[in-house]
Design a protein around this ligand. Structure first.
Ligand SMILES: Nc1ncnc2c1ncn2[C@@H]1O[C@H](COP(=O)(O)OP(=O)(O)OP(=O)(O)O)[C@@H](O)[C@H]1O
Ligand SMILES: [Mg+2]
Length: 267
């Protein structure tokens, strides 16, 4: 039986976790200037799960990085739980999970998950128990394994556990399962949904997979390119509870067919 993590404050679906208002991001200057994002506006509800789709180069990573204060916006405004991205980063309101698990190779599983506690120790900080997290992501008993002794899917689980150790209210994930085989990806998708439901964390998740976007997302944000803009921000009309067998239903296929048509219009 998996460990559960109860949140002290219950998330409200009506509150906004991330508010993005008329955001543009430009890189470079003069003749080399490139507009990666232009006039992007949307509100991500607290406790929501938003998946982001769009052609390569349309600005998905840039938008995620702007929310995380890893990229400076040129115009507009982003509020993360009512704060600036910088304030939110300093308050550790969010954690980032990259495509590559980026674990420290000389540290075992448990010590990798513990890393944010050691790096950011400050008075009064409230951390999740790393052992409990490892249990939650199905890695109980692998505390002493080094990253090279784990499969790619296991390493991503460690990265997710590490991201959750600071109890972030928001999880930003950039193609975290992109390099994994389909079965492992299916398992991790289910695991992630369970974690999302147990913790009430707001999740923004970039993917290139239409079925993954539809399966995970309560909303799908579709971006189009040159410059990156919002093509569509749609509610996924499926029950909030998702099961893998649901992917064979007519309703699911309708959602993916719609997303495929939208994506084709973006190319
Ligand atoms: N630091 C940077 N400096 C200059 N240009 C950048 C930088 N980061 C991104 N870009 C450009 O901004 C645009 C959007 O890039 P971004 O990485 O956000 O796309 P993406 O949608 O995540 O693509 P992919 O699906 O391939 O990951 C691209 O044209 C890219 O070359
Ligand atoms: Mg990207």
């Amino acid at each position: 039986m998996a460990a559960t993590l109860a949140r002290t404050e219950s998330p409200s679906a009506t509150r906004t976790a991330i508010s993005i208002n008329d955001v543009s991001v430009r890189f470079g200057e003069g003749r080399t200037e490139l507009t990666a994002l232009s006039g992007v506006s949307l509100d991500i509800p607290e406790g929501g799960f938003v998946t982001m789709l769009g052609p390569s180069g349309c600005g998905k990573s840039t938008l995620l990085r702007a929310i995380a204060d890893l990229v400076q916006i040129s115009d507009g405004n982003i509020a993360v739980l009512g704060r600036t991205p910088r304030e939110a980063r300093e308050a550790r309101d969010f954690a980032f999970v990259f495509q590559d698990a980026t674990l420290l190779p000389w540290r075992n599983t448990l010590d990798n998950v513990r890393l944010p506690i050691e790096v950011g120790k400050h008075a009064g900080a409230d951390y999740e128990d790393p052992l409990k997290l490892l249990k939650m992501v199905g890695l109980e008993g692998r505390e002493n394994a080094l990253p090279h002794e784990l499969s790619g899917g296991m390493r991503q689980r460690v990265a997710i556990a590490r991201a959750l150790v600071t109890r972030p209210r928001i999880l930003l994930m950039d193609e975290p399962f992109g390099a994994l085989d389909e079965i492992t990806r299916d398992n991790l998708n289910q695991e992630l949904l369970r974690i999302w439901q147990e913790t009430g964390t707001t999740i923004v998740f970039v993917t290139h997979s239409i079925p993954e976007a539809a399966f995970l997302g309560q909303h799908v944000l579709m971006l189009k390119a040159h410059p990156g803009r919002v093509k569509e921000f749609m509610k996924v009309e499926l029950p909030a509870e998702r099961t893998l067998t649901m992917r064979d239903t007519v309703d699911f296929i309708k959602v993916t067919a719609h997303l495929r048509a939208m994506l084709e219009e973006c190319l």
